[in-house]
Design a protein around this ligand. Structure first.
Ligand SMILES: [Zn+2]
Ligand SMILES: [Zn+2]
Length: 196
């Protein structure tokens, strides 16, 4: 006695994207078959990439202009912070303690400025703003420090431009400053990745 309908009982199913891959896993929203590579684990179960993307599109509602605002707010606030950090010698410990909360404040300001709209790339844009703004703030601070020292030594004389390599090495050898920028970047990245 054999199974009367072996084909029906044992039907093979294949991934909707990769027809050569046998799978029995289905998207729990649209019910299409998907191979392990096509499946995305979500808090509500396995879903196909298309359904995940659709879900994200509802969540991400930022315009191009919002990206500009997020970049600008992150850059300006971090720039001001970096200028302060590099002018007053704050102990490393304080930066370790205050870095993340200050980063959280920067992210919150950027979110408020855009009415909390976010895009797929808001976190990257915010981090870019933090790094660019932080370095510019530090460069400006070091340069004005240089100008004031020169005018103290030789008042009234024309100030020769500071060589770029000296400017770069003084900024990048300031561990407090680099740590400050890095911690703000981490906090901002984390804040923008959070779903709420
Ligand atoms: Zn689906
Ligand atoms: Zn597949």
């Amino acid at each position: 006695m054999s199974n009367p309908n072996p084909v029906m009982a044992d039907e093979l199913t294949y991934c909707a994207v990769h027809p050569d891959r046998e799978t029995s896993l289905r998207c729990n929203k649209c019910e299409r078959y998907m191979c392990p590579e096509c499946a995305v684990q979500t808090p509500v179960g396995y879903r196909c990439k298309q359904c995940v993307r659709q879900h994200e599109d509802k969540f991400f509602n930022a315009s191009q202009w919002d990206y500009v605002i997020v970049f600008a707010v992150s850059a300006i606030l971090t720039g001001i912070g970096a200028a302060i950090i590099s002018s007053i010698r704050i102990p490393l410990l304080f930066i370790l303690i205050l870095g993340l909360p200050i980063g959280g404040f920067v992210a919150e300001a950027a979110l408020r400025a855009t009415q909390r709209r976010r895009g797929r790339r808001s976190n990257i844009v915010a981090v870019a703003g933090v790094v660019v703004g932080g370095l510019i703030g530090a460069f400006v601070q070091f340069y004005s420090l240089y100008l004031s020292i020169i005018s103290d030594i030789a008042p009234g004389r024309e100030v020769p431009p500071l060589p770029l390599d000296v400017l770069f090495s003084s900024v990048f050898s300031d561990i407090s400053l680099i740590l400050f920028i890095a911690m703000i970047a981490i906090a901002v990245y984390g804040r923008f990745r959070m779903k709420i």
